[in-house]
Write a protein that binds this ligand. Structure first.
Ligand code: ASP
Length: 432
């Protein structure tokens, strides 16, 4: 394989700087028309490509992920426990994200006049979403049930905002498939596995277009914000809140859980996980980190082969605490920056959607962009707002991937009978 001269994240960063510079020059020289006519469309194409891949990606990677849980029948206790803890830690992570986002309010640090300028651009979109929200408010408390269940799968697939219906169908389909004899669903599993490979390659291509897309989106954004410096201050505060939340999860939350529920010392867990985190940090991909994670969890943390080979691969797609925490912060930040007051029902949608959708996020660099776009659409926040955060996203992606893989390893320790505190196991385990 040929080595890339510049890593993608550097190219994206360069794209961001180029976009900001181009935008500033345009604002100061009256060249806004040029940015609008010749630069902005590339950003739109990038956003459209992300939207294009969203439905097939979530649908296929979710089905593949659940079908791979086939061991649930064999290890039903392990499967149930794993799923339960995965879900619980995800809920925790999203609640942390929402709390931080709603408390710090980094998105509200932008000048109100530039917000109204951006809002004007999204006016129609916002109004139509408000109307939709008002409509569903009138429908009664169980309206969400009727909205989640589709009566026609092709209709659901034709609309990115109907992602919950697609998720419903994918789960329903996979659960039914798991109830059928394994040899009978083998061709389906193989089919979805190869479809997934192709889609991941498509995502790869789209992501490699990111530097251009980000440049165009940034230039357009600076023009929209009329070069407001407050935007950059608030971006830095946003990045800082994401970083601090990630560090909190890795260095406080996980070690605490490990200490309370396993025989492993919190300090040992942090030290042992360091190479895995570093690998995740540099690759930005939980999937690429899986072999390293398996090795360390089995050899160093001494989790049994059976547990590690079931929990870790499932975790790559199903469990993403870093990603879900980040998504909550990002959605809240974008809403604030666009001047959208989030109401309670929208916050609940963010909570539900980020938890559900983190299950379908592929463990690849930038795997969550598509899902983030989907959460935003469902919450009524213009997807174009993504432009604001994409430029500085790579370092945050590196960090959240490190959290994602640490979370998988932590759950492996938690569910492994040999590592649990209360169970009697070999006396010489780990604590040294
Ligand atoms: N890069 C992350 C991972 O592989 C996914 C994401 O948050 O974009 O875990």
């Amino acid at each position: 394989m040929k080595k890339r001269k510049f890593p993608l994240y550097l190219k994206i960063f360069a794209g961001m700087i180029a976009g900001i510079t181009a935008g500033m020059i345009a604002v100061n020289t009256g060249g806004e028309w040029f940015v609008k006519n010749w630069v902005a469309p590339w950003g739109e194409v990038f956003i459209k490509l992300l939207g294009l891949i969203a439905v097939p990606l979530v649908f296929i990677s979710l089905i593949k992920g659940i079908l791979e849980l086939k061991d649930i029948s064999k290890f039903s206790t392990l499967g149930g426990k794993t799923a339960g803890i995965y879900l619980m830690t995800t809920v925790f992570a999203v609640v942390i994200g929402l709390t931080v986002g709603l408390t710090v309010k980094s998105g509200s640090m932008v000048d109100k006049s530039s917000i109204s300028n951006v809002r004007e651009n999204y006016h129609e979109f916002i109004e139509s979403k408000k109307a939709e929200a008002a409509l569903s408010n009138d429908k009664g408390p169980l309206a969400f049930l009727t909205e989640i269940v589709p009566n026609n799968i092709t209709n659901a697939m034709s609309n990115n905002s109907k992602m919950l219906q697609i998720i419903f169908f994918a789960i329903f389909f996979s659960v039914a498939a798991l109830a059928v004899a394994p040899e009978k669903i083998k061709p389906v599993l193989t089919f979805f596995e190869s479809l997934n490979e192709i889609l991941l390659r498509m995502v790869d291509y789209i992501i490699s277009f990111a530097p251009v897309g980000v440049m165009a989106l940034m230039a357009n954004m600076v023009v929209d914000f009329k070069g407001d410096a407050g935007l950059f201050v608030s971006l830095s505060v946003y990045a800082l809140t994401v970083i601090l939340s990630m560090l909190f999860i890795i260095f406080v939350l996980y070690p605490l859980i490990v200490r309370i529920f396993t025989k492993i010392k919190a300090k040992d867990f942090i030290k042992t996980m360091y190479p895995v985190q570093l690998f995740a940090f540099t690759t930005s991909s939980s999937a690429a980190t899986l072999p390293v994670n398996m090795k360390i969890v089995k050899n160093e943390l001494k989790v049994s082969e059976e547990t590690a080979s079931f929990v870790l691969p499932a975790g790559v797609t199903v469990n993403m605490d870093g990603t879900s925490c980040y998504q909550a912060i990002a959605v809240v930040f974008i809403a604030q920056i666009l001047g959208i007051e989030l109401e309670w029902h929208q916050i609940l949608v963010i909570l539900g959607m980020t938890i559900l959708s983190s299950i379908g996020t592929p463990g690849i660099p930038g795997g969550s962009y598509v899902v983030l776009a989907m959460v935003m659409t469902s919450t009524g926040i213009p997807v174009e707002g993504l432009a604001i955060i994409l430029g500085i996203d790579r370092p945050l992606d590196m960090l959240r991937t490190a959290v994602n893989v640490t979370g998988d390893a932590m759950v492996a320790c938690l569910v492994d009978p040999k590592k649990q505190k209360k169970k009697t196991a070999e006396p010489n385990m780990q604590e040294k």
